[in-house]
Design a protein around this ligand. Structure first.
Ligand SMILES: [Zn+2]
Length: 282
């Protein structure tokens, strides 16, 4: 299995899917599938082996969503093996998928929201967390916003790009002995953002007056940072930037990791209205 999973993810899947999808596959393959079922011969793998892996993951405190991602990845990798006649049936299709229930998109409680906003207020760009919380933006969507996506006077905001995770490469030629992400001259080999996946992902959202007000304060804060940074300021027009104007990278949510799975609110305008995020299933 280890051999097939590695071949599949590196040579079959990764070159043909979006970078974030490939990241997800690699995470599932290297972090969970290879350690969990990598030692089995591909033609001897039974659904029960896979079910035990899911059970172990959940016992070790992994979220149902993580186990489900391992499940989808195993199923996709083994479908390809069936298609190529390496095996006659797909044990991952026969295995019972980990239950992915509504908890995955349970909204935060009022108390959690309050704690989160208090924790966020201590940070730079605190508006980023409030905005994401109020509008149900994914972290990558919030970080992908530029000022021209926002019309404070009209009270509107357009989500149309996604901040991609950086993929670091050595800038030193590989001689520093560190991992690429820790290379002092590291270079990002990926674009900073990608257009949002689908037409449904691209959407115009109405801003309540309190949110518009919050963003005006944020704008004033960024103006002060721009002045302070002087010639070091890089005008990337990012809504949420680092102290010298460069795009931000994702980071853990203050006090709770759950904010970005909160349901979308109904402030979305027109026909692009969405309710809760659909489960990422099948
Ligand atoms: Zn290096």
């Amino acid at each position: 299995m280890k051999q097939w999973l590695t071949h599949w993810v590196e040579n079959i899947a990764a070159p043909t899917v979006r970078v974030n999808t490939a990241d997800g596959y690699r995470f599932a393959v290297y972090k969970h599938l290879i350690p969990g079922i990598g030692q089995h011969r591909i033609d001897k793998l039974e659904p029960e082996h896979i079910e035990k892996l899911y059970a172990r993951m959940m016992e070790n405190g992994k979220a149902a969503g993580t186990a489900h991602q391992a499940h989808r990845t195993a199923r996709t990798a083994l479908n390809e093996a069936v298609r190529r006649n390496h095996i006659v049936r797909n044990p991952a299709t026969l295995a019972k998928a980990p239950r992915l229930d509504e908890e995955e998109i349970e909204p935060l409680t009022i108390e959690e929201v309050r704690r989160l906003l208090v924790a966020a207020a201590q940070r730079r760009n605190s508006a980023r967390w409030a905005l994401a919380l109020a509008l149900g933006l994914r972290q990558g969507e919030a970080l992908g916003l530029k000022w021209y996506d926002v019309d404070l006077a009209a009270g509107r905001l357009i989500v149309r790009r996604n901040r991609l995770r950086p993929a670091w490469k050595h800038g030193c030629g590989g001689s520093c002995g560190r991992k690429p992400g820790h290379c002092l001259q590291r270079k990002n080999s990926r674009p900073e953002t990608a257009e949002t996946k689908s037409r449904a992902g691209r959407r115009t959202i109405g801003l309540l007056s309190q949110l518009a007000e919050l963003l005006r304060d944020h704008q004033a804060e960024q103006d002060r940072e721009r002045v302070a940074a002087r010639q070091l300021w890089h005008d990337g027009t990012w809504l949420f930037a680092d102290p010298t104007g460069h795009v931000l990278t994702r980071e853990p949510t203050p006090s709770t990791g759950r904010i970005f799975s909160a349901p979308r609110r109904s402030e979305t305008l027109g026909s692009t209205t969405r309710g809760t995020r659909p489960p990422r299933c099948c």
